[in-house]
Design a protein around this ligand. Structure first.
Ligand SMILES: Cc1cc2nc3c(=O)[nH]c(=O)nc-3n(C[C@H](O)[C@H](O)[C@H](O)COP(=O)(O)OP(=O)(O)OC[C@H]3O[C@@H](n4cnc5c(N)ncnc54)[C@H](O)[C@@H]3O)c2cc1C
Ligand code: FES
Length: 289
């Protein structure tokens, strides 16, 4: 009896693992080159299945025969239309192999995994977005979700920084956001070129341009690790509380589901408890920032 219970238990565990570790074979519908290093892939799961994600979550994408990489979901659930989008920077083996794929090619998808942004807590509040570089990829999902439910939010302010004009992502969408009267968009680049007429300087140079009502503001930031300390200083300096500042932490991930320990930050698994955290939750973790 005990043995059969254990077998049943192990069988249950095996089937849970099978679901977590077996990729769905998905199809690339479209590939758009955004910059020299970044492409956006539109992907469709089999049988019209919906990914069912929340902004801030990620998937494990496999380039078949090469390996897997965690990639944030860049499209918003409100625009899913049976497909989802991933913005992939060519960095190494897996992302390089993904960049060689085109429409109709297959990729493996596991997920969505991780804890996304608690958008329900943002309703009724002003939302300040501060993405840097590739950090716009996950925040775009949340920004478009907020814009699709615009009436439920207060002011929407976006401060976006990239290293130079050629590295700005989603330029078409930036133009659309800039035209909207209900969005305040400020863009900066570390170094301009001969055609650049906008702000020059790191993302923190944009903060003096905006006013914030701290008690009613939620801030969301995502970008290279070096950016966080300085952006956090600005956000806290504006009086936004630690519980109302959210950031997405990228760590080396392997399983994506809390089994391998690769993503551990002190005693926290970033793949499960994150990648989205309120600053209040991680400020005591010395390995977090
Ligand atoms: C939660 C999460 C979300 C992510 N979202 C995106 C996304 O939306 N778009 C995107 O392009 N990338 C994203 N990444 C980073 C992406 O997972 C790595 O670039 C990818 O795993 C590299 O794999 P590779 O085999 O191509 O490169 P590798 O050959 O493994 O490595 C190439 C280079 O990339 C560096 N690298 C590998 N993994 C990471 C990492 N996690 N963070 C920083 N540097 C790394 C290595 O040190 C090496 O210098 C995300 C990572 C995480 C953890
Ligand atoms: S990636 Fe394996 S535990 Fe987080």
């Amino acid at each position: 009896m005990i043995t059969s219970t254990i077998l049943q238990h192990n069988g249950g565990q095996q089937s849970v693992n099978a679901v977590l570790f077996t990729p769905e074979l998905a199809r690339i519908i479209e590939v758009k080159q955004l910059t020299a290093l970044e492409k956006v892939f539109t992907i469709e799961l089999p049988k019209g299945k919906s990914l069912g994600h929340r902004p801030g979550q990620f998937v494990e994408v496999s380039a078949l025969g090469v390996g897997e990489a965690p990639i944030s979901i860049s499209s918003s659930p409100s625009r899913s239309n049976g497909t989802f989008e991933l913005c992939v920077r060519m960095a190494g083996d897996v992302t390089g192999a993904l960049h060689r794929l085109g429409p109709r090619d297959r990729v493996g998808i596991r997920g969505p995994f991780g804890r996304g942004f608690p958008i329900e807590k943002f309703r009724g509040k002003d939302v300040l977005f501060a993405p840097g570089g590739l950090g716009l990829a996950p925040l775009r999902s949340l920004i478009n979700q907020v814009l699709d439910e615009r009436a439920h939010f207060g002011r929407v302010v976006i401060l976006y920084g990239a290293r130079n004009p050629s590295e700005l992502l989603f330029k078409d969408e930036l133009q659309q956001w800039a035209k909207r009267e209900d969005v305040e968009l400020h863009v900066t680049v570390d170094r301009g070129d001969e055609n650049w007429t906008g702000n020059t300087g790191v993302i923190t140079t944009l903060f003096p341009k905006i006013s914030v009502y701290p008690r009613n503001t939620v801030a969301v930031t995502c970008g290279p690790p070096v950016m966080y300390r300085f952006v956090l200083m600005e956000l806290l300096g504006k009086g936004i509380s630690e519980g109302n500042i959210y950031l997405s932490l990228e760590r080396r991930m392997k399983c994506g589901v809390g089994k391998c320990g690769h993503c551990q930050i002190n005693n926290v698994y970033a793949c499960q408890s994150g990648p989205v955290f309120a600053y209040k939750e991680i400020k005591g973790l010395e390995e977090a920032l």
